[in-house]
Design a protein around this ligand. Structure first.
Ligand code: GLN
Length: 303
């Protein structure tokens, strides 16, 4: 199959979408993104990588980082994490506070902000440097040593992060954070503000396509844990639009408000698409449309 052509065709189909969405503006540094930017990359489990459009341009990975914090926290610390965070879809926006009180400070899943703060806290507990652990992992899996945090994005998010600060303090009030709230928030912002390209993230995402094996062939996760992360990605990775994403795309996937979406093709590879215009749920409009076109054309859904 001509993967390059497949990506170009998927992007072409997506461009016919009637709307483009708008870049996130609640983090001022992200509002400056060009909504016309659009790139897509596919990396195979064998190590080949194909791309189209702006596939080599770094963007703010934002909540795509939550996939890596989860994988690293489970790899380092095992199943104990599941006592502190659930694995049910929330049916609420990614930054919602409402369920936390009725559920006693145990966030619904690791991919909403509340859950990701707990996972970041766990990774900080295990490594002493949660954001550094994510950066190192991305560099190693992509082979791109230049991947780093964009400090201006992290600072912009911290300055306007009242909601995340509220979530973190609320979780702490239930005793579900082990580190000081300010450190957890600083690491959370620093891993969300990592800049990486579609090329980089597609290469990184292969560890889930390879059932837990890293790029160098070593094992990060057992097959069972990799399978479970894929399950949580499918059911929770795109927030309150996870049902629609499963319906249209049918792959485990994680989105971020920078406009990136990373999807796993189990046994085959990983695809990353980026375009900053977002829908109401905070998912890239062109990104989801391009993945929809790709899986519709190839039949590569998990169903
Ligand atoms: N850093 C962003 C936030 O906390 C991530 C949100 C997202 O990408 N959905 O709001």
């Amino acid at each position: 199959m001509d993967y390059q052509q497949l990506l170009r065709d998927s992007m072409e189909t997506a461009r016919r979408a009637p709307r483009r969405g708008r870049p996130a503006d609640y983090i001022p540094a992200l509002a400056e993104a060009d909504p016309e930017s659009f790139g897509m990359a596919l990396a195979t489990v064998e190590g080949e990588v194909f791309g189209a459009g702006d596939w080599e341009q770094p963007f703010s990975i934002q909540s795509v980082s939550k996939l890596f914090t989860l994988a690293l926290a489970l790899a380092e610390g095992g199943d104990d994490l599941w006592h502190r965070v659930g694995r049910e879809p929330s049916g609420n926006p990614f930054n919602s506070l409402v369920q936390l009180e009725t559920e006693q400070g145990i966030p619904r899943n690791p991919f909403i902000n509340a859950g990701a703060l707990v996972v970041t806290d766990r990774l900080l507990e295990l490594t002493g440097d949660a954001a550094g652990a994510v950066r190192e992992f991305l560099r190693a899996e992509s082979g791109n040593a230049a991947i780093s945090t964009d400090d201006s994005v992290a600072a912009s998010e911290a300055r306007h992060g009242h909601r995340n600060a509220a979530l973190a303090h609320f979780i702490a009030s239930y005793g579900n954070l082990r580190n000081p709230v300010d450190s957890v928030l600083a690491h959370y912002y620093a891993h969300c503000a990592i800049a990486a390209s579609c090329r980089d993230l597609a290469l990184v995402g292969r560890f889930l396509a390879r059932h837990g094996l890293r790029a160098d062939g070593s094992r990060l996760l057992t097959r069972s844990v990799a399978k479970r992360i894929n399950a949580v990605l499918l059911t929770c990775g795109t927030y309150d639009a996870a049902g629609d994403f499963a319906f249209r795309v049918g792959l485990p996937g994680k989105s971020g408000v920078g406009g990136g979406v990373l999807a796993v093709l189990p046994g085959r590879g990983a695809v990353c698409v980026w375009s900053p215009g977002l829908d109401a749920a905070g998912n890239s409009v062109l990104g989801v449309a391009a993945l929809d076109a790709l899986t519709t054309a190839t039949g590569w859904s998990v169903f």
